[in-house]
Design a protein around this ligand. Structure first.
Ligand SMILES: *Cc1c(COP(=O)(O)O)cnc(C)c1O
Length: 412
């Protein structure tokens, strides 16, 4: 599918007019931040302090801001705040209204429209929260919301009711109640730190928190979910990696949606994490005009492997209120999955899931490869559409019959 916008995987040369615009843009180096010293630019505190958070500032930096975006940015602070790090902002192609980076972080007026089936808590997390800041939905693991802030805000955020302090959510930064709950529940062997973005905590706070969790004997596995590696790779300092390294086994799931997010800076940050022995996974959200295209998705997952990251989940976009303009169909997701499995490295293929509305948890969604199954055989198809028979007896014992490929006409 080649259409009117730039979902081309970031690998194909842009058209002439776009090339010119990009050239002008990049000739300024860091755009309007051209005069900033390397030391400042590479300092994550500088990046956070200079985030784009206001509509006037946004319009000044992005003169191609559309009326729809202007209206969205003006209203954003009533719902989910506008915040973009200068680093991530610089990845936006100002000449392209449909730039896949732009679509993820620049608000639109459409965010203020709520479709009838959309919810503020689409995954029913609040109903599974035994103490504030903790979601216990699966038997052996919990989601621990350790902050309500992120480096930048994704416009389709599933937790927009909690984060950015725009919706009046009262966040408590002490962790005593959550840790007491985890300590009391011996069935919890896996703690997932998320938020907000846990890597916004200082190294000292992270060290203290991870230390308290590690001190609980039944917590055998720790992981973090963070978009900092792509929004703010400057945060991934050697000191942070050294801190995280003390708490193995510790995994980290990053969040990237488009191959253009995997810049040299991000690749280096991910390399530092991987060198600290942290297994890395990626979570993507299927988003209209961002990555709802098999070519883009394939470029993303393959590039992730070269950054030493295993694509973990591909999420169908949650039914979060105001996200209809970014959602795409489940059949599109299935079509993309079909074009990954078998066509690229197995490690590159994420699991496509729907986080069931109302609190059912993640449900795997797969293209159908089992065509029929009865007492005597399983009929399967492969990625090329060829059909095979696998014989088995009703009780599961193998039949002494050669497995065979079946011509489609034989099935009729
Ligand atoms: C996603 C999620 C987890 C982790 O699920 P995995 O499939 O183990 O990665 C845990 N708790 C909640 C509430 C979640 O949403």
């Amino acid at each position: 599918m080649q259409d009117d916008h730039s979902t081309n995987g970031g690998e194909e040369p842009p058209s002439d007019h776009r090339l010119q615009a990009l050239k002008e843009f990049h000739s300024a180096g860091r755009g309007v931040w051209g005069d900033v010293s390397n030391a400042d630019w590479n300092d994550w505190h500088w990046q956070l302090k200079h985030r784009i958070t206001g509509v006037e500032q946004l319009q000044r930096l992005l003169p191609t801001l559309t009326p729809e975006e202007f209206a969205g940015a003006k209203l954003a602070n009533h719902k989910l705040a506008l915040a973009i790090t200068p680093y991530f902002f610089n990845l936006i192609d100002p000449a392209d209204e449909h730039c896949p980076i732009r679509l993820q972080v620049i608000p639109k007026a459409a965010e203020m429209r709520t479709a009838p089936w959309e919810l503020n808590d689409p995954c029913g997390e609040d109903a599974h929260s035994p103490v504030p800041g903790l979601v216990h939905r699966y038997p052996d693991r919990v989601l621990f919301l350790v902050t309500d802030r992120c480096a930048a805000y994704c416009r389709y955020c599933t937790r927009s009711r909690l984060v950015s302090n725009a919706s009046g959510y009262d966040f408590h930064p002490e962790f005593d109640r959550q840790i007491a709950y985890i300590r009391q529940h011996q069935e919890i062997r896996d703690v997932l730190l998320s938020g907000g973005d846990p890597l916004l905590l200082s190294d000292e706070k992270l060290e203290a928190l991870l230390g308290r969790l590690r001190a609980i004997p039944h917590v055998e596995f720790l992981r973090l979910g963070s978009r900092i590696p792509t929004f703010l790779p400057q945060r991934i300092t050697p000191a942070l990696c050294a801190t995280l390294k003390k708490f193995h086994p510790l995994f980290l799931s990053i969040h990237s949606n488009h191959p253009r997010e995997l810049t040299t800076e991000v690749r280096e940050a991910l390399g530092r994490l991987a060198d600290a022995g942290i297994p890395l996974g990626n979570q993507s959200v299927l988003l209209k005009h961002v990555n709802d295209d098999a070519t883009v998705m394939k470029a993303l997952v393959q590039k992730l492997l070269t950054c030493r990251v295993k694509p973990y989940y591909l999420y169908q976009c949650d039914l979060i209120s105001g996200s209809a303009h970014l959602r795409t169909s489940v059949s599109k997701g299935l079509e993309i999955m079909e074009q990954l499995r078998g066509h690229t490295t197995g490690y590159a293929v994420p699991q496509y899931v729907i986080d069931a509305p109302g609190g059912g948890g993640k449900v795997p969604i797969n293209p159908e490869y089992v065509l029929c199954r009865n007492a005597g055989r399983v009929l399967i198809r492969n990625y090329e559409g060829r059909i095979f028979e696998y014989p088995e007896a009703a009780d599961g014992t193998p039949l002494f019959k050669a497995p065979k490929e079946i011509e489609e006409r034989e099935l009729a």
